[in-house]
Design a protein around this ligand. Sequence first.
Ligand code: HAM
Length: 420
Amino acid sequence: MAKAKYTTHIGMVDILPGEVEKWRALEAIIHEEAAKFNFEEIRTPILEQTELIVRGVGQLTDIVSKEIFAFKKGDSHYVLRPELTAPVVRSYVQHHLNQRGGSQKLYYIGPMFRAEKPQKGRQRQFHQFGVEIMGSNDPVADVECIAFMMRIYQRIGIENFELKVNSVGDPESREAYKTALRDYLGPNLDKLSEVSQKRFEKNPMRILDSKEAEDQEFIKQAPVIRDFLNEETEEHFENVLAYLDDLSISYTEDPYLVRGMDYYTRTAFELTSPDLGSQDALAGGGRYDLLVEEIGGPSTPAVGFAAGMERLLIACEELDIKLAEPKSVDVYFVSLGDEARKWALTHLPKAREAGISTTMDYMGRSMKAQMKDANRENADYAVIVGSNELAEGKFTLRNMRESEEMSLSFDQIIEKLASR
Ligand code: HAM
């Protein structure tokens, strides 16, 4: 086949018919489960102000320093949203959603954009679903968030994963921990990888997230943040773990789990899957109690997570989980001659009104070719219409799966198909 002149950008993919059905099935599950948790959907624009993302996600993060798609139009600086926590917070502040009372339980589904090096499970345009619960300090909110995330995978049948949890502390405990980390890593600074050396001063906790081989032996022995948590933060974390136990949600406490955005405080978690290869994070999230204020809103504790939908679908494939049936159509009208074609065209709407999905030939093909097309379209039935059938008012209804035929009036056909 000749190579197309115009193609998608690197790391961006078309979701074609045949694939779309899986996406719709997944989206339906997310909407259904969100309703059971009483989460409300929020939809925000794809473009956000650059400054929101820089302030929200953090200037020094990989996302902001390397991965955002940014451009300028007139005097405005835009980015394609790389994630949805900062935009949802922006929307919460802009529309004073706190005034609706209680905690706001929001969820979303949509495309995100990060200029990363594409590989399996890592794209430049990818999709997330996620939740943001705004206005609650209670560990119950953290655990409901995690429970919703787990519920989606459980419902789909993905059970082989690891939930890692940690507390990244509040600013006070984090400062104490960062000092301890610098004291510990400092004497070996020249043995650390170049990236880690760069992170040492401003953000030594990110060194814990390093995948570089030379850093690993130092990370393994590093002090753990839990020893530096103040009483309140420790108590919050203990409650989160206790509620997870109460819900029989298994987890591993990972003292070195840090997340890629600067907004996290206290609870942090990640769900990884051994079925995914190197891009093994299915989902991640945590608390961000200071972000709403940082963005200009009232002091508002919050917690959330986001999950990669492409990665979830890759896991389904690896596990042979079918999210959607192959596409089919109830009935294909096979018509011979102009009059029959016109009859078919004008009877399609009547069938559709009765809730039956139908189609017909658009290419003036022979009966044999139309029957072949009905098979290709995976039709359950074919109705065969020729001049004899029109004269008699009886048509051949062919069950394509069982190769059985019967002669029926149009009304009888509709009645039979509608009552299936
Ligand atoms: P994140 O860990 O950056 O968190 O992304 C969440 C998930 O999105 C990842 O675990 C992964 O499954 C998927 N993902 C991320 N980047 C890519 C990519 N390039 N290609 C494919 N999938 C990807 C956040 O985005 C936070 N906003 C989560 C959050 C919500 N925290 C609090 N509230």
